[in-house]
Design a protein around this ligand. Structure first.
Ligand code: AMP
Length: 288
């Protein structure tokens, strides 16, 4: 695997690959790689000639400096995993390669950035779109693979790419979970053994919601289950996957859009998010 700390180096490598008519798959990460990330790389490898992975802990998307500081950065281990996964190029820029100055710009995301994670972490999606815009500019036309784990992030990047007519094709990949259902996340390493047990309530509750969609007080019951486990929910909602707005109980049956159950919660000091598509696009459910 080639390792590029600069945009110019990466672009010169990719120019050579494009001259050889190689298709390019791209996976953007913040490192601390786990099987969820590796599943994106595997899919990118299966569908493209050349795979590029970026590792960049993007400071502008952290609104809590402590969270940024304690974000895990096991770079040697990550490089080993990338080599094993057959990744062709690692883009590993320093902060000043991506940002020259304090950048205040943000895109109008039509309110998609104001709900859920955006409401809890003001400025988070301004930071996400800044860095993804810059990474896409560095990589150029490609197919980019993102996880459904960050459902709102994917929808916002999709909106940005559509609005700005960007040349990247986007693929949303399924969430990889631990055998007990916990969504894999770089933040899981912060969980103590007892918190790790408590964290199981999140996925369990989402699966329960999928099975009790037609029950009118399901959300309230699900919220109470999380609280009883000693986990502190930030939000728990059923949303329209396209608009990201909370969906009214009566709309669940009629909408043709995807419906997702989404949750964010604090387990001890660690904030975790998860989601589950409770009704895929075009499906209907009947509510009695
Ligand atoms: P991150 O390093 O957390 O920024 O994540 C990089 C990419 O990996 C994003 O597209 C995430 O949605 C994706 N990802 C993170 N966790 C998982 C998971 N458990 N399953 C699938 N994809 C994931």
């Amino acid at each position: 695997m080639e390792n590029f700390p600069t945009i110019a180096g990466l672009q010169s490598f990719l120019k050579g690959q494009r001259q050889l008519h190689q298709s390019i798959g791209f996976v953007a990460t913040m490192g601390a790689l786990h099987n969820g990330h590796l599943s994106l790389l595997e899919r990118a490898k299966a569908e493209n000639d050349v795979v590029v992975c970026s590792i960049f802990v993007n400071p502008t998307q952290f609104n809590d400096p402590k969270d940024l500081e304690k974000y895990p950065r096991p770079i040697e281990k990550d490089i080993g995993l990338l080599n094993q996964s057959g990744c062709d190029a690692l883009f590993l820029p320093a902060v000043d390669e991506m940002y020259f100055d304090k950048e205040e710009w943000h895109l109008d995301l039509n309110g998609l950035d104001k709900v859920l994670e955006g409401a809890s972490r003001p400025g988070h999606f301004a930071g996400v779109t800044q860095i993804v815009y810059k990474l896409f500019n560095a990589v150029g036309p490609c197919t980019a693979y993102f996880g459904q784990k960050d459902l709102q992030q994917f929808r916002i990047i999709q909106y940005m790419v559509e609005k700005l007519n960007m040349p990247q094709k986007l693929v949303r990949c399924p969430i990889l979970r631990e055998p007990d259902g916990l969504a894999m996340s770089s933040r899981n390493v912060h969980l103590s053994p007892s918190e790790r047990q408590q964290a199981r309530v999140l996925s369990k509750t989402l699966f329960w919601l999928r099975d009790h969609l037609t029950q009118k007080n399901a959300l309230k019951e699900a919220w109470d289950t999380i609280v009883r486990e000693g986990v502190e929910p930030d939000y728990l909602a059923l949303i329209n996957g396209h608009t990201l707005q909370a969906i009214l109980y009566d709309e669940i049956s009629s909408t043709r859009d995807e419906v997702a159950a989404v949750v964010a919660a604090r387990v001890g000091q660690t904030r975790l998010i998860d989601n589950y598509i409770v009704k895929p696009t075009g499906h209907t459910v009947s509510i009695l």
